[in-house]
Design a protein around this ligand. Structure first.
Ligand SMILES: NC(=O)c1ccc[n+]([C@@H]2O[C@H](COP(=O)([O-])OP(=O)(O)OC[C@H]3O[C@@H](n4cnc5c(N)ncnc54)[C@H](OP(=O)(O)O)[C@@H]3O)[C@@H](O)[C@H]2O)c1
Length: 310
């Protein structure tokens, strides 16, 4: 069986494709983020995922630019995603935010632009406008549908190939699918063996939308997916690491994923994944009962991995 490193999933009913194996840039230290992106590209990752709110698009751009210059990879060989932050949901701000991201990334087009969360925050320069009770200040004067129409115009203008949503519930995806002129190509949500999001995945697959799983290793948090007895037993049986089993499961069930590491050994390991036997897929589906959402962003629009008890 072929390894998964070159697997691509069709987007927008064949208008393009996305690598199943992707690398995320949610790495707070800028030096570490730049180095990690360079290693990821050298190892073979061909999807790089960023966001305005990670505040490091500039170093991600430098890393990609240096990889282009060094001949490691060509621009057209990589799939680059970034995201519109909550303070830029008003239609007149969407294009400006998009162009600022492009500039920081040193690119002249994006493969995919996502609405980072469905929550509109007060428009302005503050990423996290907060009230006196330390709650986010929401913008009641813009709907997600209006933001989506501004995203569609970016595709019309040819600077962005695909658009999508992130941190959405199934209901929100349905809401946008119902009104979209250009359908979401990608829905990026937290998903791992402790949060399969099967209903959302089924809906996405029925509508030709790729579910892009973030935190496929549970963000390295407790309870660690890489310590799960079912995953560990499969890893031992197939001669792979627990991380490789969790990532292979993600691809084999039809999702794309984004993993992150600053450790070159882990970066290499996470790219070197191959299919699991069918019985291993069934064991993960039925043998794991832990159900855990780690990132609370879907509730308020405020990102953050919160330690939780199973
Ligand atoms: N849309 C959203 O709201 C949203 C939210 C969160 C994340 N994301 C995206 O998704 C990306 C991935 O999310 P994530 O960082 O939570 O992914 P993840 O891969 O589940 O977790 C990364 C953590 O796992 C550890 N790790 C990585 N490879 C490992 C391995 N082979 N063995 C053991 N531990 C390993 C890393 O530590 P080491 O560095 O020590 O390897 C790191 O602590 C982000 O960078 C971002 O692009 C999007």
């Amino acid at each position: 069986m072929h390894p998964f490193d070159s697997t691509r999933i069709s987007l927008a009913h064949g208008a393009g494709s996305i690598p199943a194996v992707g690398f995320g840039t949610l790495i707070p230290n800028a030096v570490a983020a730049k180095q990690a992106v360079k290693v990821a590209l050298e190892v073979g990752f061909r999807h790089i995922d960023g966001a305005e709110v990670y505040r490091n698009e500039d170093v991600v751009g430098e890393a990609m630019h240096e990889a282009f210059e060094a001949g490691t990879v060509k621009r057209e060989e990589i799939f680059v995603t970034t995201k519109l932050w909550n303070n830029n949901h008003r239609p007149d701000r969407v294009k400006l935010a998009f162009e600022a991201s492009l500039r920081r990334l040193q690119l002249d087009y994006l493969d995919c632009y996502l609405v980072h969360t469905p929550f509109a925050f007060q428009a302005g320069d503050e990423h996290y406008p907060m009230n006196e009770r330390d709650e986010p200040i929401y913008d009641k004067d813009v709907t997600l549908a209006e933001t989506w129409q501004a995203m569609e115009r970016l595709v019309d203008e040819g600077k962005c190939k695909f658009i999508g949503l992130s941190d959405v519930t199934l209901d929100k995806v349905k809401e946008i699918v119902a009104i979209a002129r250009i359908q979401p190509a990608v829905v990026q949500v937290e998903s791992h063996p402790y949060l399969p999001e099967q209903e959302l995945l089924d809906f996405c697959q029925q509508h030709g939308i790729v579910l892009l799983a973030y935190a496929p290793l549970g963000h390295g948090m407790e309870p660690r997916i890489t310590n799960d007895p079912v995953i560990k037993a499969i890893a031992q049986r197939v001669g792979k690491t627990p991380a490789q089993v969790a990532l292979a499961w993600a691809v084999q069930r039809g999702t794309a994923f984004l993993t992150t590491s600053t450790n070159p050994v882990h970066i290499r390991e996470n790219f070197d994944i191959s299919p699991l036997p069918e019985d291993a897929m069934t064991e993960i589906q039925h043998g794991i009962t832990t159900n855990l959402r780690l990132n609370a962003v879907v509730e308020t629009g405020m990102p953050g991995f919160v330690p939780r008890n199973p």
